[in-house]
Design a protein around this ligand. Structure first.
Ligand SMILES: [Zn+2]
Length: 317
């Protein structure tokens, strides 16, 4: 199983376009690494890739990940697994709109919240939409079997109040059928539940919500479990040292954004990682190895036969 971290910032990315805090300014000055909004990609065979969420920056993020570049006839992107309906996780669907045949999995409330968007997207290209909570999970092209697990979480702000009491947030468990390796993708976690603990305990790697380092960073403490503190995720992750543990979805308030910070040193000492956008790693045959820390977004030299678009002609709206 190969995994690419396409984006590791919170919803607004880093730096945020409308923020002039110390860290955002440092990122604009090139003193801290910039990060796009959180999303990732996973594959079991290096040919069929599945996106875990799609950020508003997905076009740039895919352009920086050479493994996901289109071939002469088609894109290797087969579809999307949505963890929730937050705008920063679904906005990229509009960017992908001209690729026919994509399949998107989401929980029923998310599918309902996207009803109008799905109709609009369907006018661009035929897509398939599926219930990720369907009993027994589902198998993806490329040899991955996935189960989705509801966790506590709030509805997006744009959802009417009458629809808010549902399973809005899910965690994905992705297993490679050949190697048996397991990835848990949990970019939005408000509490550490027994269910999440079991999922992490039986995984080889987990990509976890690291939005806030300290509870006081959050204006809405219920939305994201902080990293630090006696009930923070870092203390809990200490029980799972056999698992590769990676934080994602970092907000601009989070000192982990600074590689020289005490917070980063604390997390690193605990064996938990904060990786840059574009980092790619593999979980296979009992070994976990970093394949590429941060790929340079360069295109190969032009070939005699020009690369064709995988979808509608250039210039389509
Ligand atoms: Zn800021």
């Amino acid at each position: 199983m190969r995994v690419v971290l396409l984006g590791t910032g919170a919803g607004g990315g880093f730096p945020r376009w409308n923020c002039a805090c110390v860290r955002c300014d440092a990122a604009r000055d090139g003193k801290l690494p910039a990060r796009g909004p959180e999303c990732a990609a996973v594959t079991g065979n290096s040919r069929d890739w599945w996106l875990l969420n799609t950020s508003p920056d997905i076009r740039t993020q895919l352009g920086a990940a050479s493994a996901l570049w289109p071939g002469p006839r088609h894109t290797p992107v087969r579809g999307v697994l949505l963890t929730d309906a937050e705008a920063n996780h679904v906005a990229g669907l509009a960017v992908l709109r001209d690729a026919p045949g994509l399949k998107t999995y989401a929980a029923p409330p998310v599918l309902a919240a996207l009803a109008r968007a799905r109709t609009a997207l369907g006018r661009h290209a035929p897509w398939e939409w599926a219930d990720s909570l369907a009993e027994g999970g589902f198998v993806l092209a490329g040899g991955l079997v996935v189960t989705a697990h509801p966790v506590p979480g709030t509805a997006p702000a744009y959802v009417p109040a009458r629809l808010k009491d549902r399973h809005w947030v899910i965690v994905y468990r992705v297993e490679d059928l050949v190697t048996g390796r397991v990835l848990v993708y949990a970019p939005r976690v408000s509490t550490w539940s027994p269910l999440l603990d079991d999922l992490v305990a039986t995984a080889d790697g987990v990509i976890l919500d690291g939005t806030h380092f300290a509870p006081e960073e959050s204006p809405e403490p219920a939305r994201h479990l902080p990293v630090s503190g006696p009930t923070g995720s870092l203390a809990t992750l200490a029980r799972h040292r056999h698992v590769r543990r990676i934080y994602t979805h970092l907000a601009d308030t989070n000192p982990l954004l600074d590689p020289a910070s005490q917070a980063r040193a604390l997390v690193t000492e605990a064996g938990v990682e904060v990786l840059p956008d574009g980092a790619e790693f593999a979980l296979w045959r009992g070994a976990v190895r970093l394949m590429r820390p941060a790929p340079a977004p360069t295109r190969p030299a032009a070939t005699a036969e020009p690369r064709r678009a995988a979808h509608a002609p250039c210039g389509s709206e």
